[in-house]
Design a protein around this ligand. Structure first.
Ligand code: EPU
Length: 312
């Protein structure tokens, strides 16, 4: 839908959200890549209840929306976003210690922060997540993972607000996890994650820290620092998107201020004020080059948000 075709029902939105409704907001600052245009309207949710209320209100008003958590796995278009944006800042975290420890957190809590808080309590199981940017909700939807761990293996239950059936507790089977995928990612706009409970294990803090340090050191060696969206493409089965892009000769390739990292071919960097269109041009070029050299079609891991040419 184009802007001109829709005028936001501002009176209804203001009545529902009051000062939590912000108009004409620049979205780049909410993304890890620091890229993207403006949103017509943003609603900030500071608790899972506020998030649920916002989603319900927008579904009732039949206004499509995008939920932004850490903004670490998305590319926002230069033209910005005409849908409503729900900024998820619900970040309460509760630990359940004892023989079967777990943590319940609201979906806007940072995954890495949850892992580090657990470590301080001598609770392991999330060592793999220490360096992962983004929120718990994004991690559930995208089945975030690293170093052999992923959300699918840790999650006990997720509290979901479903557009038709309301609030429910979903098991890992309900969430339909696959590699960097879930039911939530395959069905955008149908449900939001309000929170999740993750399984933990008792483990000496020193051991947890040693393992996290090892993973973080590996990350620093293999992945570039600076503004990016994390892995741009999913790894094709039995292969590595980074290696394929390297073999296609595109590491270091630059368009405007967007660059394919010279360190890791699957990371696309913002060298400063990069345009989303330049990142997109690099995406197309990488896809084409990998198709030409290896006959493999790369699939985006990053979510394209805003206004983009039709994807095949
Ligand atoms: N490689 C190259 N050239 C490159 C990049 C990688 O030849 O430019 C080779 C490496 O030498 C290695 C293989 O490809 O033999 C795999 O590389 P790496 O160990 O860096 O892991 P990856 O497959 O590129 C995956 C996840 C990361 C996660 C790391 C560590 C995906 C798409 N990526 O990366 O997850 O942090 O493993 O566990 O699944 C993410 O999904 O956003 C992400 C960062």
């Amino acid at each position: 839908m184009h802007v001109s075709e829709r005028t936001l029902p501002l009176a209804a939105l203001q009545a529902a959200f009051g000062e939590r409704l912000q108009q004409d907001q620049s979205l780049g600052r909410y993304t890890s890549a620091r890229i993207g245009g403006r949103a017509d309207a943003v609603v900030v949710a500071r608790s899972a209840d506020e998030l649920a209320h916002a989603a319900q209100t927008l579904w009732q008003l039949e206004l499509p929306f995008v939920v932004m958590g850490g903004g670490s796995n998305m590319l926002v278009s230069d033209a910005g976003v005409r849908e409503m944006v729900l900024l998820n800042q619900a970040s309460q975290v509760q630990f359940h210690e004892g023989p079967d420890p777990s943590v319940w957190a609201e979906s806007g809590a940072g995954l890495g922060s949850i892992a580090r808080q657990a470590a301080r309590k001598g609770l392991g199981g999330l060592e793999w997540a220490a360096g992962i940017p983004g929120t718990l909700g994004g991690a559930v939807a995208g089945n975030a993972g690293a170093h052999g761990g992923d959300m699918a293996a840790c999650i006990e239950l997720a509290t979901i607000l479903h557009r038709e059936v309301g609030r429910q507790e979903w098991t890992p089977a309900d969430l339909g996890f696959a590699y960097r995928e879930s039911w939530l990612k395959r069905n955008p706009g149908q449900a939001v994650v309000l929170g999740a409970q993750l399984r933990l294990v008792q483990r000496p803090e020193a051991e947890i820290r040693a393992q996290m340090d090892e993973f973080l050191a590996h990350r620093r060696q293999t992945q570039p620092p600076g503004a990016s969206m994390g892995s741009m493409f999913k790894n094709p089965a039995g292969n590595s998107a980074g290696r394929l892009i390297e073999q296609a000769g595109l590491k270091g390739k630059r368009i405007g201020n967007a660059q394919i990292s010279p360190l890791h071919g699957n990371f696309f960097l913002n060298l400063g004020e990069a345009r989303a269109a330049d990142v997109f041009a690099l995406i197309q070029e990488a896809r084409q080059a990998v198709m030409d050299t290896a006959g493999i079609e790369l699939e985006l891991e990053v979510q394209l948000v805003g206004e983009w040419p039709e994807q095949d």
